[in-house]
Design a protein around this ligand. Structure first.
Ligand code: 5GP
Ligand code: ZN
Length: 109
């Protein structure tokens, strides 16, 4: 989608601090972090919101969630973390490309 800011990040048309990438997803740091660690996990496929997912997306959604757990551990969020998916205007969604927020504070070693 040409007018989608997250698609532009996927296409490297605009920069982002990337934490993880594979053929199906991109993970990058939120530009206005609301916690010491604030990651955004997005599918590379443009899906407008969680409400726009279908049964076809079941495996992809599972992979996004599972990668969330792996990355949270890698970023030191071993005490726990918050995950959030804002859906639609009423859900506070501002960027209309499905994304999962991960917020937390790394536990000192
Ligand atoms: P939403 O309210 O849609 O769930 O959250 C969108 C998030 O995307 C916000 O936390 C906002 O700070 C972040 N964001 C918006 N534009 C950009 C951008 O260009 N780069 C990055 N890294 N994050 C962005
Ligand atoms: Zn998009």
């Amino acid at each position: 989608m040409t007018d989608c800011i997250f698609c532009k990040i996927i296409n490297k048309d605009i920069p982002a601090k990337i934490a993880y990438e594979d053929e199906e997803m991109l993970v990058f740091h939120d530009i206005q972090p609301k916690a010491a660690v604030h990651l955004l996990i997005i599918p590379k496929k443009h899906i407008t919101s969680l409400a726009h997912t279908t049964a076809e997306d079941t495996l992809l959604l599972g992979k996004l969630l599972q990668k969330t757990a792996i990355l949270a551990k890698e970023f030191g969020l071993t005490d726990g973390y918050k995950t959030q998916i804002n859906t639609g205007i009423g859900g506070g969604q501002e960027v209309f490309h499905l994304h999962l927020h991960v917020l937390g504070t790394p536990k000192p070693k």
